[in-house]
Design a protein. Structure first.
Length: 157
């Protein structure tokens, strides 16, 4: 029942307002989602798992969920790395010249990924090619690693 209530809350937050809201309003809505997640005493939605990441990728309507999920797995070494972006609840390795972006909860990094994707990806090209062209990763084998992970995670999609 708690899962259903959280799902309904997130849907209301995501769809009850116009799509063209200001960044501050988006952040406030994301904060409401984060607070609801933090109050989950069972840790059912708080825990960083593949299943939960898939749930939130779907709720935020991220495109190419399989590849994006693979990115989160690769960037965090299956959500187990230390001294990496995961220490900042950043499951995608987003960074600036001063270091990794920091989030209060990993779901915020998913919301940020969706915003990034919306700004950068026109939906017309192959997503692997798009990641190469925007210079998402410095590793020249990044897309090959993603393709391998995608073959391993199909059961979660």
């Amino acid at each position: 029942m708690r899962k259903f209530k959280l799902f309904v809350l997130i849907l209301i937050i995501l769809f009850a307002t116009p799509r063209c809201v200001e960044k501050q309003e988006k952040q406030e809505k994301n904060d409401v989602i984060i607070e609801e997640i933090k109050s989950d005493s069972t840790n059912q939605f708080t825990e960083l798992t593949i299943e939960n990441v898939v749930l939130y990728l779907k709720l935020f309507e991220v495109k190419h969920i399989d590849i994006v999920l693979a990115q989160s797995i690769l960037e965090t070494r299956y959500y187990k790395c230390s001294e990496c972006s995961l220490d900042s609840n950043n499951i995608f390795g987003f960074r600036s010249s001063t270091g990794y972006y920091s989030y209060c909860h990993y779901v915020q990094s998913i919301a940020d990924y969706k915003d990034w994707q919306k700004r950068k990806y026109d939906g017309q090209q192959n997503y692997y090619q798009f990641l190469k062209e925007v210079g998402y990763a410095e590793d020249l084998n990044y897309t090959n690693k993603l393709k391998y992970i995608v073959t391993q995670i199909q059961e979660y999609l």
